[in-house]
Design a protein. Structure first.
Ligand code: ADP
Ligand code: MG
Length: 254
């Protein structure tokens, strides 16, 4: 469903910084993949290349057999609107709009009738447990409700691929759990393929697979075999293995 081939990203500047150094990745239809790694390892950069928010220095991103980076600007914009959904750490809701108006925002761009927008929003709100707050504005609701609103907005047009960057990064543990259960439900019931960057092992334990990136390279990957507690422990072990593996210390070992 998603393929990343030899993806390289170097930010040009006074000093050119290689951030991704040839990432290969294949994600199957309906898979929920987590991306972890130390701060600055290139997680957001990878997600932004897949999201077509930024373009690679070399290598390709193939989504449903198509390389969006070869599309012209207007074709790319419509590809992004049709095929992709985005969720961010900071929710990115418009606070002058109500929850319902935020949710239907992507449909207003597609010229969908007001009646259909309303009924789609109501159905989705019901599923996500945010019906009671549909008429509220974003400053009147909790962080968890904001993120569930942002998720509703991200999936109202039924994207094939949902991309999330630290979706629980600004949330307490109870709200994180609500948000992860929401994402899990969307993944399982709609079969939406998902890629989520997170530093939170609890959030990552909801994934089918977690890949670890270090210094712009794929370092490790582990698969969820069905027990979330076991997977959580495996993620913790992988994280501590990765942070213990500092090459600068290897020279002092005897
Ligand atoms: P992560 O999400 O894993 O914390 P990022 O992908 O945001 O890491 O960043 C990886 C590296 O690339 C960092 O060293 C960061 O400073 C650098 N970087 C990110 N975005 C840019 C940019 N637009 N221009 C220059 N350097 C950038
Ligand atoms: Mg990041």
């Amino acid at each position: 469903m998603l393929k990343v081939n030899k993806l390289v990203k170097t930010y040009e500047g006074k000093v050119a910084t290689p951030v991704l150094k040839g990432i290969n990745l294949a994600v199957r239809q309906g898979e929920f993949v987590g991306v972890m790694g130390p701060s600055g390892s290139g997680k957001t950069t990878l997600l932004n290349m897949v999201a077509t928010i930024d373009s690679p220095s070399s290598g390709e991103v193939i989504i449903n057999g198509m390389n969006p980076h070869t599309l012209k600007k207007d074709k790319l914009a419509s590809f992004r609107r049709r095929e992709l959904g985005f969720v961010f750490q900071s929710f990115n809701l418009l606070n002058t709009l109500t929850v319902e108006e935020n949710i239907v925002l992507p449909l207003t761009l597609e010229g969908v009738s007001v009646r259909k927008m309303r009924s789609d929003a109501r159905l989705l709100a019901d599923r996500l447990g945010i019906t009671p707050i549909l008429d509220k504005r974003s400053y009147e609701i909790s962080g968890g409700q904001m993120q569930r609103t942002a998720i509703a907005r991200a999936i109202i047009h039924r994207p094939k691929l949902l991309l999330a960057d630290e979706p629980t990064g600004n949330l307490d543990s109870k709200s994180s759990k609500d948000v992860m259960e929401t994402l899990e439900n969307i993944n399982k019931s709609d079969g939406t393929t998902m890629m989520m960057v997170t530093h939170d092992a609890f959030a990552a334990s909801y994934c089918d697979r977690v890949i670890f990136i270090k210094d712009g390279e794929l370092y490790h990957e582990i698969f969820n075999t069905g027990n979330r507690q076991v997977f959580f422990q495996q993620i913790m072990d992988a994280l501590s293995m990765m942070s213990a593996d500092h090459s600068e210390f290897s020279t002092v070992r005897v």
